[in-house]
Design a protein around this ligand. Structure first.
Ligand SMILES: [Zn+2]
Length: 365
């Protein structure tokens, strides 16, 4: 009996050591992947947190900073200027535009003060250049086309300010389109006439049209109209978590058919019905797996929504990126697939968007 107990103890010890070795090997592999390949998070709301620490925008505790990005092996992120939806009145449209431009000015000041750590990027080439320099790449984005008001020239203004995508709407119908969260029966039934002009102008500028937050009818209008692949900066899978913000399998297939990419969001509300304390990286990876199995590994990436509702207990900030890679490795993702997930897929879509703009310019001549 004693001998059996001893044998069992030795066996358990062996399994324990083996598991530890295995984990260590996976972490080593994750380190290597993050060193070798460009890693991008296409959506956070951290600029608003930096600009207003401690006020209503600080829904969480600062999930992103440049040193934290470096620690987590995250090279680049899109920092959204988030605009709360207000009334669709001329005076409100003007004031919200002023607010957006002021937020951009403040955030640029924040980055300038940390120029040894990070710099702004406006093209895929900038991202690779900054990675080589060991600096974090910061790309601006506008979350909520409400900031454009009814003035097409403002699309150009945001582009020239550095924004490389516009999320056409947030939770409510605006002048551009209908939203997924609170679908308005008296809305536009998709893109408005002005929204269609905005999408066309964004194509001409080489700006990514962000379909996250858009209603199904808006999404299909974008698919019909946009000459570039479809991009969703932070959206998850409806088949796993039934939430109006999440994409149905049919929508995922139709986005993939354009050569597009879905950047999975990490908020508990969009991942699972499990309680907050039990929502983990494994739930996030379930969404990634689902898209991979449905349409292939070419159409997935990450849009954390950090400082805007993103994160789970074991993925509470951007220092945890390698833990996500470890779980993907555990599930058998290859190095090539991880390169694609962490940035390759998104860069393909961004480059194609820029190419579309160049071709439109050529044809105009
Ligand atoms: Zn959002």
């Amino acid at each position: 009996m004693k001998r059996i107990a001893l044998l069992l103890a030795v066996q358990l010890l062996f399994v324990g050591v083996w598991a530890q070795d295995c984990d260590e090997a996976l972490y080593k592999k994750a380190e290597e992947i993050h060193r070798k390949y460009l890693t991008i998070d296409t959506h956070n709301d951290s600029a608003m947190y930096f600009n207003h620490p401690g006020d209503k925008y600080s829904v969480s505790k600062g999930q992103v900073s440049f040193p934290m990005m470096e620690q987590g092996g995250l090279d680049a992120a899109f920092f959204a200027i988030f605009l709360d939806q207000g009334p669709l009145r001329e005076s409100s449209r003007d004031s919200v535009y002023q607010v957006a431009m002021e937020e951009i000015r403040m955030f640029k000041e924040y980055v300038a003060k940390r120029s040894d750590q990070a710099a702004f990027a406006t093209s895929p080439e900038d991202l690779y250049k900054l990675k080589k320099q060991g600096k974090r790449a910061v790309v601006l984005a506008l979350e909520n086309g409400y900031g454009v008001g009814l003035d097409l020239a403002k699309v150009d203004s945001f582009y020239h300010a550095g924004c490389r995508y516009i999320t056409l709407c947030h939770n409510y119908t605006n002048d551009l389109c209908d939203a997924s969260r609170y679908e308005n029966p008296n809305g536009h039934g998709g893109l408005s006439e002005f929204g269609k002009e905005v999408v066309a102008r964004m194509n001409e500028l080489g700006m990514l049209v962000d379909a996250s937050h858009a209603s199904t009818s808006t999404l299909y209008d974008i698919i019909k109209l946009s000459k570039a692949p479809i991009f969703a900066s932070h959206s998850s899978v409806r088949a796993i978590k039934n939430h109006p913000r999440n994409l149905t399998d049919q929508e995922i297939k139709d986005i993939a058919a354009t050569g597009g990419v879905i950047q999975i969001a990490t908020g508990r509300w969009c991942l699972t019905d499990a309680p907050k304390s039990e929502t983990r990286i494994v739930h996030l990876v379930d969404h990634i797996d689902h898209i991979k199995n449905l349409v292939g590994p070419e159409h997935i990436g990450l849009g954390t929504d950090f400082d805007g509702g993103g994160g789970m207990v074991d993925f509470q900030d951007c220092t945890k990126m390698k833990d996500l890679t470890v779980e993907l490795l555990r599930r058998g993702y290859t190095e090539k697939e991880l390169e694609m997930f962490w940035g390759g897929n998104f860069i393909r879509v961004w480059k194609q968007t820029i190419k579309v703009a160049e071709e439109m310019a050529k044809n105009k001549k």
